[in-house]
Design a protein around this ligand. Structure first.
Ligand SMILES: Nc1ncnc2c1ncn2[C@@H]1O[C@H](COP(=O)(O)OP(=O)(O)OP(=O)(O)O)[C@@H](O)[C@H]1O
Ligand SMILES: [Mg+2]
Length: 251
């Protein structure tokens, strides 16, 4: 139904947004898959799932699946079984998995690990149905052109501040380079002010704002206590509005 990649600078709230959307879509009855694509893994914890083994650490399986006979190399290794086996469902049914570290081998890198992780992403994007949420690092290059075509919506999370307009431009350029057509913005940790209003005007000149999430200490407390924010009864109305807006724009 909808495949969403979430990107933005470090610490802006990508993982919080991914987890909250996963929770809200699942609550509405959608089948949700949430993938942590960040090399420092924390989405599983925020979704209440422990002990997930990152896909990048399945060395033996990667060897076996990617390396063919006589030194050949499979670009399309079989991963559907792995996908089920090394992911975990959380208490409200969200399937959670973690990619782990993607080696930065540059263009044309033949690392078996990268071929494997890309196959996992391709499987998630093209074979799984319903809602897919990808919690990405600031860079989204490792999606690759082919896979990026399957992404319906890239959400750029930014914090209020004129500097974040630059970040947004950078994300827009990256997205255009790999062929993601639809980008929308979420402003997180929002504090109402004249400056913030100016920022919104600036962004709205050429991008859609999906919503603003107020700055709320409750999320920091949840993080400190290492529990999912929906369990602390943090105010989640802003996330709900964003989820509804997503449903609107993709249907
Ligand atoms: N609306 C908010 N108000 C206050 N704090 C928030 C809000 N959203 C997220 N935070 C807090 O900001 C911190 C960073 O959030 P989060 O981990 O979601 O960001 P991230 O972009 O995924 O970070 P990283 O780049 O490290 O993966 C966390 O402590 C989180 O609880
Ligand atoms: Mg994160």
């Amino acid at each position: 139904m909808v495949k969403i990649a979430i990107s933005g600078k470090g610490g802006v709230g990508k993982t919080t947004l991914a987890a909250m959307l996963a929770y809200l879509f699942a609550k509405d009855g959608y089948t949700v898959t949430a993938i942590d694509c960040d090399s420092s893994i924390n989405l599983p914890t925020v979704l209440g799932v422990e002990n997930i083994k990152p896909m990048s650490e399945l060395e033996e399986i990667i060897e076996e699946r990617v390396k063919g006979p006589l030194g050949t190399f499979r670009y399309n290794p079989k991963v559907d079984d792995i996908f089920e086996e090394y992911s975990e469902k959380n208490e409200f049914g969200v399937r959670v998995l973690a990619l782990g570290t993607i080696e930065k081998g540059g263009e044309g890198c033949f690392c078996p690990q990268n071929a494997f992780l890309r196959a996992i992403l391709r499987h998630a994007i093209f074979k799984k149905k319903d809602v897919l949420l990808l919690d990405m690092e600031a860079g989204i290059e490792h999606l690759g052109r082919g896979t990026a075509r399957g992404v319906d919506l890239l959400i750029a999370v930014i914090e209020p501040g004129m500097r974040s307009v630059e970040t947004l431009r950078r994300i827009e350029k990256l997205a255009a380079d790999i062929g993601i057509e639809r980008i929308a913005v979420v402003i997180n940790k929002y504090i109402d002010s004249e400056g913030a209003k100016k920022l919104i005007e600036e962004i709205e000149r050429d991008a859609e704002i999906l919503g603003k999430i107020p700055y709320n200490q409750c999320f920091i407390e949840a993080d400190l206590e290492n529990i999912p924010p929906y369990k602390l009864n943090c105010e989640i109305e802003a996330f709900e509005r964003i989820k509804n807006r997503i449903v609107e724009i993709i249907s």
